[in-house]
Design a protein around this ligand. Structure first.
Ligand code: RTP
Ligand code: MG
Length: 137
């Protein structure tokens, strides 16, 4: 089942020089391809749409500030079961609970600064691509 997913390498990943490392892991998965990729400082309006489900939560404002704090890499990745696949490659939200071998487990410590976002369902992927790469929606 070929899918597309929206991936964000968050500002901590870019600032720490981990873009090549993380994109390399995605690229090396058999048959997955980068359909679009751009270095972009995310606008507040786009971030509000993207993280609308978290509005009102205690971590929402600091999350917004962090996500707008510097350039991110936004990408569309295409391939077999890529939605579930990039989520698995990223690991659980809390890097301390994430297993070694996952991006968050290998490189993260802080819950907010967990390096990578990946769409969590087909509906989310469609919604998020519409925000960041409308030509794919
Ligand atoms: P994402 O949406 O970024 O792919 O991450 P996720 O599905 O694994 O986690 P989610 O629950 O959707 O949370 C979105 C992002 O908010 C930050 N966060 N901070 N307690 C906290 O301080 C807290 N909880 C979540 C993380 O950056 C998380 O990825
Ligand atoms: Mg999420």
């Amino acid at each position: 089942m070929t899918q597309r997913t929206l991936v964000i390498l968050k500002p901590d990943a870019v600032a720490r020089g981990l873009v090549g490392e993380i994109i390399g892991r995605i690229e090396r998965k058999a048959g997955w391809t980068i359909a679009a990729m751009e270095l972009r400082t995310l606008e507040r309006a786009a971030l509000e749409q993207h993280y609308a489900e978290h509005e009102g939560r205690p971590f929402y404002q600091p999350l917004m500030e962090f996500m707008a704090s510097g350039p991110s890499v936004v990408a569309v990745v295409e391939g077999e079961r890529v939605i579930e696949g990039v989520r698995a490659l990223a690991g659980p939200t809390d890097p301390i609970a994430a297993p070694a071998g996952s991006v968050r487990g290998d490189f993260g410590t802080i819950v907010r600064e967990n390096l990578i976002h990946a769409s969590d369902s087909e509906e989310s992927a469609a919604r998020e691509m519409k925000i960041f790469f409308p030509r794919f929606s």
